[in-house]
Design a binder for this molecule. Structure first.
Ligand code: GLN
Length: 512
Protein backbone atom coordinates (compact mmCIF):
# COMPACT_ATOMS: atom_id res chain seq x y z
CA UNK A 1 0.00 0.00 0.00
CA UNK A 2 1.40 3.40 -0.94
CA UNK A 3 2.11 5.65 1.99
CA UNK A 4 -0.16 8.33 0.53
CA UNK A 5 -3.26 6.11 0.71
CA UNK A 6 -2.94 5.66 4.48
CA UNK A 7 -4.97 7.57 6.99
CA UNK A 8 -3.31 10.10 9.29
CA UNK A 9 -3.85 7.93 12.37
CA UNK A 10 -2.22 4.93 10.73
CA UNK A 11 0.71 7.04 9.49
CA UNK A 12 1.04 8.37 13.05
CA UNK A 13 1.26 4.81 14.39
CA UNK A 14 3.83 3.77 11.77
CA UNK A 15 5.91 6.82 12.59
CA UNK A 16 5.71 6.13 16.33
CA UNK A 17 6.76 2.51 15.77
CA UNK A 18 9.76 3.65 13.72
CA UNK A 19 8.51 1.78 10.63
CA UNK A 20 8.78 4.86 8.48
CA UNK A 21 10.22 8.37 8.78
CA UNK A 22 8.38 11.65 8.40
CA UNK A 23 10.75 12.51 5.53
CA UNK A 24 9.55 9.37 3.68
CA UNK A 25 5.88 10.06 4.40
CA UNK A 26 6.22 13.71 3.37
CA UNK A 27 8.14 12.79 0.21
CA UNK A 28 5.41 10.30 -0.77
CA UNK A 29 2.82 13.07 -0.54
CA UNK A 30 4.99 15.60 -2.39
CA UNK A 31 5.40 13.00 -5.17
CA UNK A 32 1.67 12.46 -5.25
CA UNK A 33 1.11 16.23 -5.51
CA UNK A 34 3.63 16.38 -8.37
CA UNK A 35 1.81 13.51 -10.11
CA UNK A 36 -1.79 14.73 -9.88
CA UNK A 37 -2.04 18.38 -8.88
CA UNK A 38 -1.71 19.67 -12.43
CA UNK A 39 -5.13 18.04 -12.94
CA UNK A 40 -6.69 18.68 -9.52
CA UNK A 41 -5.22 22.12 -8.72
CA UNK A 42 -5.81 21.70 -5.02
CA UNK A 43 -2.70 23.67 -4.06
CA UNK A 44 -1.88 27.34 -4.56
CA UNK A 45 1.51 26.89 -2.94
CA UNK A 46 3.57 23.83 -2.05
CA UNK A 47 5.78 24.27 1.01
CA UNK A 48 9.43 24.22 -0.07
CA UNK A 49 10.33 23.71 3.59
CA UNK A 50 8.19 20.57 4.06
CA UNK A 51 11.07 18.08 3.96
CA UNK A 52 13.11 20.17 6.39
CA UNK A 53 10.15 20.31 8.77
CA UNK A 54 9.79 16.53 8.43
CA UNK A 55 13.49 16.00 9.11
CA UNK A 56 13.20 18.17 12.22
CA UNK A 57 10.36 15.98 13.59
CA UNK A 58 12.35 12.83 12.83
CA UNK A 59 15.20 14.35 14.81
CA UNK A 60 12.96 15.20 17.76
CA UNK A 61 11.71 11.60 17.73
CA UNK A 62 15.15 10.03 17.56
CA UNK A 63 16.26 12.30 20.42
CA UNK A 64 13.63 10.53 22.52
CA UNK A 65 11.07 13.34 22.70
CA UNK A 66 7.54 12.14 23.45
CA UNK A 67 5.44 13.25 20.49
CA UNK A 68 1.70 13.41 19.82
CA UNK A 69 -0.30 10.92 17.72
CA UNK A 70 0.06 12.88 14.47
CA UNK A 71 3.71 13.96 14.80
CA UNK A 72 5.42 13.68 11.44
CA UNK A 73 2.15 13.48 9.49
CA UNK A 74 1.75 15.99 6.63
CA UNK A 75 -1.25 18.32 6.45
CA UNK A 76 -2.60 20.74 3.83
CA UNK A 77 -3.71 24.19 4.98
CA UNK A 78 -6.42 26.35 3.47
CA UNK A 79 -4.98 29.57 2.15
CA UNK A 80 -7.25 31.63 4.42
CA UNK A 81 -4.91 30.83 7.32
CA UNK A 82 -1.81 32.89 7.98
CA UNK A 83 1.38 30.89 7.71
CA UNK A 84 4.77 32.28 8.67
CA UNK A 85 7.12 32.12 5.69
CA UNK A 86 4.47 30.86 3.26
CA UNK A 87 2.25 33.03 1.04
CA UNK A 88 -1.32 33.51 2.31
CA UNK A 89 -3.63 34.96 -0.33
CA UNK A 90 -7.16 33.84 0.67
CA UNK A 91 -7.58 33.13 -3.04
CA UNK A 92 -7.40 36.86 -3.84
CA UNK A 93 -5.23 38.89 -6.20
CA UNK A 94 -5.13 41.66 -3.60
CA UNK A 95 -2.92 39.47 -1.36
CA UNK A 96 -0.82 37.93 -4.12
CA UNK A 97 2.65 37.17 -2.78
CA UNK A 98 1.87 38.39 0.75
CA UNK A 99 3.81 36.43 3.36
CA UNK A 100 2.41 36.86 6.88
CA UNK A 101 4.78 37.75 9.70
CA UNK A 102 3.08 35.24 12.01
CA UNK A 103 1.30 31.89 12.13
CA UNK A 104 -2.42 31.53 12.82
CA UNK A 105 -2.85 29.91 16.25
CA UNK A 106 -4.14 26.71 14.63
CA UNK A 107 -1.05 26.53 12.40
CA UNK A 108 1.28 27.18 15.33
CA UNK A 109 -0.46 24.37 17.24
CA UNK A 110 -0.05 21.97 14.31
CA UNK A 111 3.64 22.79 14.05
CA UNK A 112 4.30 22.29 17.74
CA UNK A 113 2.45 18.94 17.60
CA UNK A 114 4.96 17.96 14.89
CA UNK A 115 2.65 18.07 11.86
CA UNK A 116 4.27 18.98 8.57
CA UNK A 117 2.56 21.70 6.48
CA UNK A 118 2.52 20.49 2.86
CA UNK A 119 1.29 23.78 1.43
CA UNK A 120 -1.67 26.10 0.99
CA UNK A 121 -4.89 25.03 -0.66
CA UNK A 122 -7.09 26.78 -3.17
CA UNK A 123 -10.34 28.48 -2.20
CA UNK A 124 -12.97 30.90 -3.42
CA UNK A 125 -11.72 34.45 -2.95
CA UNK A 126 -12.00 35.37 0.75
CA UNK A 127 -14.04 32.16 1.20
CA UNK A 128 -17.01 33.48 -0.77
CA UNK A 129 -18.45 30.67 -2.83
CA UNK A 130 -19.37 27.00 -3.06
CA UNK A 131 -17.19 25.82 -5.94
CA UNK A 132 -13.66 27.40 -5.86
CA UNK A 133 -14.58 29.06 -9.16
CA UNK A 134 -14.28 32.44 -7.47
CA UNK A 135 -10.59 31.85 -6.74
CA UNK A 136 -8.43 34.47 -8.47
CA UNK A 137 -6.04 31.61 -9.32
CA UNK A 138 -8.45 29.32 -11.19
CA UNK A 139 -10.80 26.61 -9.92
CA UNK A 140 -9.87 23.29 -8.30
CA UNK A 141 -11.26 20.08 -9.77
CA UNK A 142 -13.16 17.26 -8.10
CA UNK A 143 -10.99 14.12 -8.10
CA UNK A 144 -14.12 12.01 -8.77
CA UNK A 145 -14.74 13.85 -12.03
CA UNK A 146 -12.34 16.57 -13.10
CA UNK A 147 -15.11 18.41 -14.95
CA UNK A 148 -16.92 18.99 -11.66
CA UNK A 149 -16.54 21.34 -8.69
CA UNK A 150 -14.87 20.09 -5.50
CA UNK A 151 -17.20 22.29 -3.44
CA UNK A 152 -16.30 25.59 -1.85
CA UNK A 153 -15.04 27.68 -0.53
CA UNK A 154 -12.57 25.10 0.80
CA UNK A 155 -12.59 22.96 -2.34
CA UNK A 156 -8.79 22.85 -2.42
CA UNK A 157 -8.52 21.22 1.02
CA UNK A 158 -11.23 18.65 0.24
CA UNK A 159 -9.80 17.89 -3.21
CA UNK A 160 -6.30 17.46 -1.73
CA UNK A 161 -7.63 14.92 0.79
CA UNK A 162 -9.88 13.09 -1.71
CA UNK A 163 -7.10 12.93 -4.32
CA UNK A 164 -4.74 11.47 -1.68
CA UNK A 165 -2.39 14.47 -1.93
CA UNK A 166 -2.69 15.01 1.83
CA UNK A 167 -4.15 12.68 4.49
CA UNK A 168 -5.68 15.61 6.37
CA UNK A 169 -6.28 19.33 5.85
CA UNK A 170 -7.57 22.44 7.57
CA UNK A 171 -10.54 24.38 6.28
CA UNK A 172 -12.75 27.24 7.45
CA UNK A 173 -16.53 27.20 7.54
CA UNK A 174 -18.65 30.37 7.53
CA UNK A 175 -21.71 28.92 5.83
CA UNK A 176 -20.61 25.40 4.89
CA UNK A 177 -17.14 25.72 3.38
CA UNK A 178 -15.83 22.65 5.21
CA UNK A 179 -18.95 20.45 5.18
CA UNK A 180 -20.13 20.97 1.59
CA UNK A 181 -16.70 20.31 -0.01
CA UNK A 182 -16.42 17.20 2.19
CA UNK A 183 -19.87 16.08 1.02
CA UNK A 184 -19.15 16.40 -2.70
CA UNK A 185 -15.70 14.79 -2.53
CA UNK A 186 -16.57 11.83 -0.28
CA UNK A 187 -14.52 13.09 2.65
CA UNK A 188 -15.20 14.05 6.26
CA UNK A 189 -15.25 17.68 7.44
CA UNK A 190 -16.16 19.33 10.72
CA UNK A 191 -17.25 22.83 11.64
CA UNK A 192 -16.61 23.06 15.39
CA UNK A 193 -18.74 24.95 17.90
CA UNK A 194 -18.27 28.69 17.41
CA UNK A 195 -15.43 29.69 19.74
CA UNK A 196 -14.12 26.14 20.05
CA UNK A 197 -11.19 26.71 17.69
CA UNK A 198 -9.16 29.91 17.51
CA UNK A 199 -9.75 32.38 14.67
CA UNK A 200 -6.51 34.26 15.38
CA UNK A 201 -4.67 34.49 12.06
CA UNK A 202 -7.64 33.25 10.03
CA UNK A 203 -8.30 35.95 7.43
CA UNK A 204 -11.82 37.05 8.43
CA UNK A 205 -14.85 36.70 6.19
CA UNK A 206 -17.74 37.13 8.67
CA UNK A 207 -16.38 37.11 12.20
CA UNK A 208 -19.58 35.99 13.94
CA UNK A 209 -19.85 32.92 11.66
CA UNK A 210 -16.28 31.83 10.81
CA UNK A 211 -14.81 28.66 12.35
CA UNK A 212 -11.67 26.72 11.45
CA UNK A 213 -11.93 22.93 11.34
CA UNK A 214 -10.54 19.65 10.00
CA UNK A 215 -10.98 17.75 6.72
CA UNK A 216 -9.97 14.09 6.44
CA UNK A 217 -10.76 10.68 4.96
CA UNK A 218 -12.26 9.27 8.14
CA UNK A 219 -13.90 10.47 11.33
CA UNK A 220 -11.02 9.57 13.66
CA UNK A 221 -8.53 11.68 11.68
CA UNK A 222 -10.74 14.78 11.95
CA UNK A 223 -11.06 14.14 15.68
CA UNK A 224 -7.28 13.89 16.08
CA UNK A 225 -6.78 17.20 14.25
CA UNK A 226 -9.56 18.87 16.26
CA UNK A 227 -7.88 17.74 19.50
CA UNK A 228 -4.72 19.57 18.39
CA UNK A 229 -6.17 22.83 17.05
CA UNK A 230 -9.01 23.29 19.56
CA UNK A 231 -9.11 24.89 22.98
CA UNK A 232 -8.86 28.35 24.46
CA UNK A 233 -6.74 31.02 22.79
CA UNK A 234 -6.34 34.34 24.62
CA UNK A 235 -5.62 35.99 21.26
CA UNK A 236 -9.20 35.38 20.08
CA UNK A 237 -11.75 37.38 22.07
CA UNK A 238 -14.56 34.93 21.18
CA UNK A 239 -12.57 31.83 22.14
CA UNK A 240 -14.36 29.64 24.70
CA UNK A 241 -12.54 28.79 27.90
CA UNK A 242 -14.08 25.30 28.12
CA UNK A 243 -12.09 22.19 28.89
CA UNK A 244 -12.87 19.98 25.90
CA UNK A 245 -13.02 16.20 26.02
CA UNK A 246 -10.82 14.14 23.70
CA UNK A 247 -12.60 13.97 20.36
CA UNK A 248 -10.38 11.07 19.29
CA UNK A 249 -11.63 9.14 22.33
CA UNK A 250 -15.21 9.95 21.30
CA UNK A 251 -14.54 8.70 17.75
CA UNK A 252 -12.98 5.46 19.05
CA UNK A 253 -15.90 4.95 21.38
CA UNK A 254 -18.35 5.49 18.53
CA UNK A 255 -16.50 3.11 16.20
CA UNK A 256 -16.64 0.39 18.86
CA UNK A 257 -20.28 0.99 19.85
CA UNK A 258 -22.42 -2.15 19.80
CA UNK A 259 -25.71 -0.39 19.40
CA UNK A 260 -27.33 3.04 19.16
CA UNK A 261 -29.98 2.25 21.76
CA UNK A 262 -31.04 5.38 23.60
CA UNK A 263 -29.72 7.77 20.91
CA UNK A 264 -32.40 10.13 19.60
CA UNK A 265 -31.67 11.29 16.06
CA UNK A 266 -33.75 14.21 14.81
CA UNK A 267 -34.47 14.57 11.11
CA UNK A 268 -35.02 18.23 10.33
CA UNK A 269 -38.16 18.27 8.21
CA UNK A 270 -37.22 21.53 6.47
CA UNK A 271 -33.81 20.11 5.44
CA UNK A 272 -35.25 16.89 4.02
CA UNK A 273 -36.68 18.51 0.93
CA UNK A 274 -38.14 16.41 -1.88
CA UNK A 275 -36.58 19.09 -4.13
CA UNK A 276 -33.09 17.74 -3.40
CA UNK A 277 -31.41 15.47 -5.95
CA UNK A 278 -33.08 12.03 -5.93
CA UNK A 279 -29.89 10.10 -5.16
CA UNK A 280 -29.05 12.45 -2.28
CA UNK A 281 -32.51 11.87 -0.81
CA UNK A 282 -32.20 8.10 -1.29
CA UNK A 283 -28.75 7.70 0.32
CA UNK A 284 -29.75 9.98 3.20
CA UNK A 285 -32.81 7.83 3.96
CA UNK A 286 -30.82 4.61 3.64
CA UNK A 287 -28.41 5.98 6.25
CA UNK A 288 -31.37 6.76 8.52
CA UNK A 289 -32.69 3.20 8.07
CA UNK A 290 -29.29 1.83 8.99
CA UNK A 291 -29.16 3.96 12.14
CA UNK A 292 -32.68 2.85 13.08
CA UNK A 293 -31.85 -0.81 12.42
CA UNK A 294 -29.03 -0.44 14.92
CA UNK A 295 -31.25 0.83 17.69
CA UNK A 296 -31.37 4.61 17.20
CA UNK A 297 -34.68 6.34 17.70
CA UNK A 298 -35.45 8.48 14.64
CA UNK A 299 -37.69 11.46 15.36
CA UNK A 300 -38.91 14.14 13.01
CA UNK A 301 -38.30 17.68 14.19
CA UNK A 302 -39.40 20.94 12.66
CA UNK A 303 -37.38 24.13 12.38
CA UNK A 304 -39.90 26.52 10.83
CA UNK A 305 -37.52 29.48 10.48
CA UNK A 306 -34.85 27.64 8.50
CA UNK A 307 -36.72 28.74 5.41
CA UNK A 308 -35.30 32.25 6.02
CA UNK A 309 -31.76 31.13 6.87
CA UNK A 310 -30.18 31.66 3.46
CA UNK A 311 -31.72 35.12 3.13
CA UNK A 312 -30.59 36.17 6.62
CA UNK A 313 -27.10 34.75 6.04
CA UNK A 314 -26.67 36.66 2.78
CA UNK A 315 -27.34 39.90 4.65
CA UNK A 316 -25.31 39.22 7.80
CA UNK A 317 -22.32 37.80 5.93
CA UNK A 318 -21.94 40.65 3.41
CA UNK A 319 -22.45 43.20 6.21
CA UNK A 320 -19.61 41.73 8.26
CA UNK A 321 -17.47 41.07 5.17
CA UNK A 322 -17.77 44.65 3.94
CA UNK A 323 -16.34 45.79 7.26
CA UNK A 324 -13.63 43.09 7.49
CA UNK A 325 -12.45 43.71 3.92
CA UNK A 326 -12.05 47.46 4.48
CA UNK A 327 -8.51 46.74 5.68
CA UNK A 328 -7.40 45.92 2.13
CA UNK A 329 -6.70 49.55 1.42
CA UNK A 330 -3.40 49.39 -0.53
CA UNK A 331 -1.64 51.17 2.32
CA UNK A 332 -0.94 48.59 4.98
CA UNK A 333 -0.16 45.41 3.01
CA UNK A 334 -0.87 43.61 -0.20
CA UNK A 335 -1.32 44.99 -3.67
CA UNK A 336 -1.09 48.66 -4.63
CA UNK A 337 -2.25 50.06 -7.95
CA UNK A 338 -1.45 53.68 -8.82
CA UNK A 339 -4.04 55.18 -11.13
CA UNK A 340 -2.60 56.57 -14.36
CA UNK A 341 -1.56 60.19 -13.82
CA UNK A 342 -1.53 59.78 -10.02
CA UNK A 343 -4.31 60.90 -7.69
CA UNK A 344 -5.32 61.15 -4.06
CA UNK A 345 -4.96 58.33 -1.53
CA UNK A 346 -8.65 57.55 -2.12
CA UNK A 347 -7.94 57.22 -5.85
CA UNK A 348 -5.13 54.74 -5.10
CA UNK A 349 -7.42 52.73 -2.80
CA UNK A 350 -10.16 52.68 -5.39
CA UNK A 351 -7.83 51.60 -8.20
CA UNK A 352 -6.32 48.89 -5.98
CA UNK A 353 -9.66 47.50 -4.82
CA UNK A 354 -11.00 47.64 -8.37
CA UNK A 355 -8.05 45.60 -9.66
CA UNK A 356 -7.51 43.40 -6.61
CA UNK A 357 -11.02 42.12 -5.83
CA UNK A 358 -13.03 39.78 -8.02
CA UNK A 359 -16.70 40.14 -8.96
CA UNK A 360 -18.17 38.08 -6.12
CA UNK A 361 -16.21 40.02 -3.50
CA UNK A 362 -17.33 43.33 -4.98
CA UNK A 363 -20.93 42.10 -5.15
CA UNK A 364 -20.90 41.23 -1.43
CA UNK A 365 -19.15 44.44 -0.34
CA UNK A 366 -21.79 46.49 -2.17
CA UNK A 367 -24.59 44.37 -0.70
CA UNK A 368 -23.10 44.62 2.80
CA UNK A 369 -22.56 48.37 2.82
CA UNK A 370 -26.08 48.81 1.47
CA UNK A 371 -27.60 46.58 4.18
CA UNK A 372 -25.72 48.54 6.85
CA UNK A 373 -26.54 52.00 5.54
CA UNK A 374 -28.58 54.20 7.91
CA UNK A 375 -31.77 54.16 5.86
CA UNK A 376 -31.89 50.39 5.37
CA UNK A 377 -30.24 49.05 8.53
CA UNK A 378 -33.48 48.13 10.31
CA UNK A 379 -35.13 46.70 7.22
CA UNK A 380 -32.25 44.42 6.26
CA UNK A 381 -29.48 43.90 8.79
CA UNK A 382 -31.77 44.34 11.81
CA UNK A 383 -34.35 41.91 10.43
CA UNK A 384 -31.68 39.36 9.55
CA UNK A 385 -30.41 39.44 13.13
CA UNK A 386 -33.95 38.77 14.38
CA UNK A 387 -34.20 35.78 12.04
CA UNK A 388 -30.89 34.57 13.43
CA UNK A 389 -32.40 34.54 16.93
CA UNK A 390 -35.45 32.63 15.67
CA UNK A 391 -33.19 30.02 14.07
CA UNK A 392 -31.29 29.63 17.34
CA UNK A 393 -34.63 29.05 19.10
CA UNK A 394 -35.61 26.46 16.48
CA UNK A 395 -32.42 24.57 17.25
CA UNK A 396 -32.97 24.86 20.99
CA UNK A 397 -36.42 23.27 20.74
CA UNK A 398 -35.23 20.62 18.26
CA UNK A 399 -32.46 19.61 20.68
CA UNK A 400 -35.07 19.07 23.39
CA UNK A 401 -36.43 16.26 21.25
CA UNK A 402 -33.19 14.84 19.86
CA UNK A 403 -29.55 14.40 20.89
CA UNK A 404 -28.28 15.14 17.39
CA UNK A 405 -29.89 16.40 14.20
CA UNK A 406 -29.24 15.06 10.71
CA UNK A 407 -29.79 16.22 7.14
CA UNK A 408 -28.19 15.80 3.75
CA UNK A 409 -24.92 17.79 3.84
CA UNK A 410 -25.65 19.37 0.45
CA UNK A 411 -28.76 19.34 -1.77
CA UNK A 412 -26.93 17.85 -4.76
CA UNK A 413 -23.79 15.99 -5.66
CA UNK A 414 -20.93 17.94 -7.28
CA UNK A 415 -22.25 20.12 -10.09
CA UNK A 416 -20.34 20.87 -13.27
CA UNK A 417 -17.71 23.60 -13.37
CA UNK A 418 -19.32 26.61 -15.05
CA UNK A 419 -22.87 25.45 -14.27
CA UNK A 420 -23.72 28.03 -11.58
CA UNK A 421 -20.98 30.62 -11.98
CA UNK A 422 -23.23 33.14 -13.73
CA UNK A 423 -26.12 32.60 -11.35
CA UNK A 424 -25.16 33.83 -7.86
CA UNK A 425 -28.57 32.95 -6.42
CA UNK A 426 -28.34 29.32 -7.52
CA UNK A 427 -24.86 29.19 -5.96
CA UNK A 428 -26.17 30.68 -2.69
CA UNK A 429 -29.05 28.19 -2.50
CA UNK A 430 -26.53 25.36 -2.45
CA UNK A 431 -25.78 26.36 1.17
CA UNK A 432 -29.32 25.77 2.43
CA UNK A 433 -28.38 22.71 4.50
CA UNK A 434 -25.22 24.07 6.11
CA UNK A 435 -25.98 27.73 6.89
CA UNK A 436 -28.33 27.23 9.89
CA UNK A 437 -25.52 25.72 12.00
CA UNK A 438 -23.30 28.77 11.42
CA UNK A 439 -26.11 31.18 12.30
CA UNK A 440 -26.62 29.32 15.59
CA UNK A 441 -22.92 28.69 16.35
CA UNK A 442 -23.47 24.94 16.71
CA UNK A 443 -21.09 22.21 15.46
CA UNK A 444 -21.70 20.18 12.31
CA UNK A 445 -20.02 17.32 10.49
CA UNK A 446 -20.28 16.24 6.86
CA UNK A 447 -19.44 12.61 6.09
CA UNK A 448 -19.93 10.20 3.18
CA UNK A 449 -23.29 8.46 2.83
CA UNK A 450 -22.61 6.64 -0.45
CA UNK A 451 -22.67 7.35 -4.18
CA UNK A 452 -25.77 8.73 -5.91
CA UNK A 453 -27.11 6.05 -8.27
CA UNK A 454 -27.79 8.52 -11.08
CA UNK A 455 -24.28 9.97 -11.38
CA UNK A 456 -22.00 7.79 -9.25
CA UNK A 457 -20.84 10.83 -7.23
CA UNK A 458 -20.46 11.13 -3.44
CA UNK A 459 -23.41 12.10 -1.26
CA UNK A 460 -22.80 13.63 2.16
CA UNK A 461 -24.84 13.38 5.34
CA UNK A 462 -24.67 16.12 7.96
CA UNK A 463 -24.77 15.58 11.72
CA UNK A 464 -25.36 18.58 14.00
CA UNK A 465 -25.11 18.78 17.79
CA UNK A 466 -25.82 21.43 20.43
CA UNK A 467 -23.08 24.01 21.04
CA UNK A 468 -20.15 22.55 23.01
CA UNK A 469 -21.27 18.97 22.23
CA UNK A 470 -18.84 18.41 19.34
CA UNK A 471 -17.97 15.02 20.86
CA UNK A 472 -21.44 13.75 19.87
CA UNK A 473 -20.56 14.35 16.22
CA UNK A 474 -17.43 12.26 16.44
CA UNK A 475 -19.12 9.49 18.38
CA UNK A 476 -22.15 9.09 16.12
CA UNK A 477 -20.11 9.89 13.00
CA UNK A 478 -17.70 7.06 13.74
CA UNK A 479 -20.55 4.63 14.41
CA UNK A 480 -22.28 5.54 11.15
CA UNK A 481 -19.00 5.35 9.26
CA UNK A 482 -18.41 1.83 10.55
CA UNK A 483 -21.97 0.70 9.81
CA UNK A 484 -21.76 2.03 6.25
CA UNK A 485 -18.35 0.51 5.60
CA UNK A 486 -19.54 -2.85 6.94
CA UNK A 487 -22.45 -2.62 4.54
CA UNK A 488 -20.35 -1.63 1.51
CA UNK A 489 -17.33 -3.77 2.35
CA UNK A 490 -14.97 -0.86 1.66
CA UNK A 491 -14.47 2.86 2.26
CA UNK A 492 -16.11 5.28 -0.11
CA UNK A 493 -12.85 6.89 -1.20
CA UNK A 494 -11.33 3.52 -2.10
CA UNK A 495 -13.72 3.69 -5.07
CA UNK A 496 -12.44 7.08 -6.25
CA UNK A 497 -10.63 7.21 -9.58
CA UNK A 498 -6.92 6.99 -8.79
CA UNK A 499 -5.94 9.78 -11.22
CA UNK A 500 -2.57 8.11 -11.77
CA UNK A 501 -2.37 5.72 -14.71
CA UNK A 502 -2.17 2.07 -13.78
CA UNK A 503 -2.59 2.69 -10.08
CA UNK A 504 -5.33 1.18 -7.96
CA UNK A 505 -6.32 2.34 -4.55
CA UNK A 506 -6.58 0.02 -1.66
CA UNK A 507 -7.37 2.82 0.73
CA UNK A 508 -7.54 2.02 4.39
CA UNK A 509 -10.73 1.50 6.25
CA UNK A 510 -12.05 4.46 8.16
CA UNK A 511 -13.23 2.27 10.99
CA UNK A 512 -10.75 2.02 13.81
N1 GLN B 1 -20.80 29.10 0.21
C1 GLN B 1 -20.93 29.95 1.34
C2 GLN B 1 -20.70 31.39 0.93
O1 GLN B 1 -20.47 31.61 -0.19
C3 GLN B 1 -20.03 29.48 2.42
C4 GLN B 1 -18.78 30.22 2.58
C5 GLN B 1 -17.94 29.73 3.71
O2 GLN B 1 -18.33 28.88 4.50
N2 GLN B 1 -16.77 30.33 3.81
O3 GLN B 1 -20.76 32.27 1.72
Amino acid sequence: MSLFTRTASSLGEMLAAGEVSSVEVTQAHLDRIAAVDADVHAFLHVNAGALDAAAAVDKRRSAGEVLGPLAGVPIAIKDVLCTLGMPSTAGSRILEGWIPPYDATVVARLRSAGLVPLGKTNMDEFAMGSSTEHSAYGASHNPWDLERIPGGSGGGSAAAVAAFEAPIALGSDTGGSIRQPAAVTGSVGVKPTYGGVSRYGAIALASSLDQVGPVSRNVLDSALVHDIIGGHDPRDSTSLTDQWPSFAAAAREGAAAESLKGVRIGVVKELDSPGFQAGVHQRFHEALDLLAANGAEIVEVSAPHFEYAVAAYYLILPAEASSNLAKFDSVRFGMRVNPPGGGTVEDVMAATREAGFGDEVKRRIILGTYALSAGYYDAYYGSAQKVRTLIQRDFASAFEQADVLVSPAAPTTAFKLGEKINDPLAMYLNDVTTIPANLAGIPGMGLPAGLAPEDGLPVGIQIMAPAREDARLYKLGATLERLLEDKWGHTLLSQAPSLAPGEMFAAESGAV
